[in-house]
Ligand binder design. Structure first.
Ligand SMILES: *Cc1c(COP(=O)(O)O)cnc(C)c1O
Length: 362
């Protein structure tokens, strides 16, 4: 039996909007059907609005967020290019791995897990890197890294930003911040199931796409003819039609609510969690001033067992939260509050359940 009533408060996926689930069940059209192409165009226009960009090349990669990350490196890196990467969690480390496999000489700039990265250290790491890359919202730690100072002072470098856990949840201002390449995922703050990776690429970056990227599937030189070509579109791969219906519908929900309103909803839920969790006995773990409303990391009260506690939450209350990763595995929980899940009723339900759990250990 598959449970249909889980409250997904882990690091992802979040609960999808009901409108999205409805869209996933629509009849499938051909991927070159003019009706489908116009839905794709409208989806890309909605993505531009949500990314706060006018970038022409803005579209969803047909794979999960990790493919967005891979596309952001393989298309812009040739052997020996210097790539500076901010590392303060799992996804910064993963960026280093992806960039290195694409042939880059990687310069990691580390900060302690749970702390933000000082942008000046990224800017000072190398005099003339090809790319400076950073994770906006580190899902492994609940920390927000600053982006604006990087865009303002990047010089000749391309600025790559991982927005998988930020897009739709906190302000992401691609054009204002001068970001060149950004990618996201559908299953976190956008309230859509996993499966697509919204990507946006500046005109400046488009001029620097390498001629033959090491990935065939993610080669932007070819994909752009299907995504932005006018009139007839050239086949590259079969677009995942149903997932695109879902993305179109989910972005519709976000824009109807208003992007600022969606940010505000995430903020209010985060504030309530950050205010109440310490009262129940949990410790806020991420650096103050850089805490994400959509992903709260906490240390556990004395006597509450990591695995047992999360199992009880899931089985007795139907609420999923995530465990810690890397150096804090077994020591912290990651509480997501993203997309359709980011509602005060879910926050109150979780807080009530946690109070029960903690009381039972006393
Ligand atoms: C979830 C996540 C990813 C990877 O996305 P997948 O959809 O799991 O492939 C990348 N970066 C960050 C910051 C994430 O939170």
């Amino acid at each position: 039996m598959i449970h249909s009533d889980r409250i997904l408060m882990g690091p992802g996926p979040s609960n999808p909007y009901p409108e999205v689930i409805e869209a996933l069940t629509r009849p499938v059209l051909g991927h070159l059907d003019p009706e489908f192409i116009s839905l794709l165009d409208e989806t890309n226009e909605r993505l531009r609005t949500v990314w706060r960009t006018s970038n022409l090349l803005t579209f969803p990669i047909s794979a999960t967020g990790s493919a967005g990350m891979e596309a952001a490196f393989v298309n812009f890196v040739q052997t020996g290019d210097v790539v500076v990467v901010g590392v303060n969690g799992v996804f910064g480390n993963r960026m280093c791995d992806v960039a290195a496999r694409a042939g880059a000489t990687v310069i990691p700039v580390e900060a302690e897990w749970g702390q933000a990265i000082d942008p000046q250290r990224l800017l000072d790491a190398h005099p003339n890197p090809q790319i400076i890359a950073v994770v906006h919202a580190e899902t492994s730690t609940g920390v927000r890294n600053d982006i604006a100072p990087l865009g303002a002072n990047k010089g000749g470098a391309l600025l790559v930003v991982d927005c998988v856990t930020s897009l739709g949840g906190i302000p992401v201002l691609i054009d204002d911040w001068n970001v060149d390449i950004a990618y996201s995922g559908t299953q976190k703050c956008l309230g859509i199931p996993p499966g697509l990776a919204p990507l946006t690429v500046s005109e400046r970056a488009m001029e620097r796409v390498v001629p033959t990227p090491q990935s065939w599937y993610l080669d932007l030189n070819m994909i752009k003819d299907y995504v932005t070509g006018d009139g007839t579109r050239a086949y590259h791969h079969t677009a995942p039609i149903s997932m695109l219906y879902g993305l179109h519908a989910g972005l519709g929900v976000v824009l109807e609510e208003g992007l600022d309103q969606a940010w505000e909803r995430h903020r209010l839920c985060g504030d309530e969690l950050h205010r109440r969790l310490p009262e129940i006995g949990f410790g806020l773990w991420a650096q103050q001033g850089h805490r994400l409303p959509e992903l709260t990391t906490v240390t556990l009260p004395e006597g509450l067992d990591d695995v047992e506690g999360r199992r009880t939450l899931l089985e007795r209350y139907g609420i999923e939260v995530g465990g810690g990763l890397g150096p804090v595995a077994g020591k912290v929980w990651r509480i997501g509050c993203m997309g359709h899940t980011a509602r005060m009723r879910n926050v109150k339900m979780l807080l009530g359940a946690l109070e029960d759990l903690v009381t039972a250990t006393r």
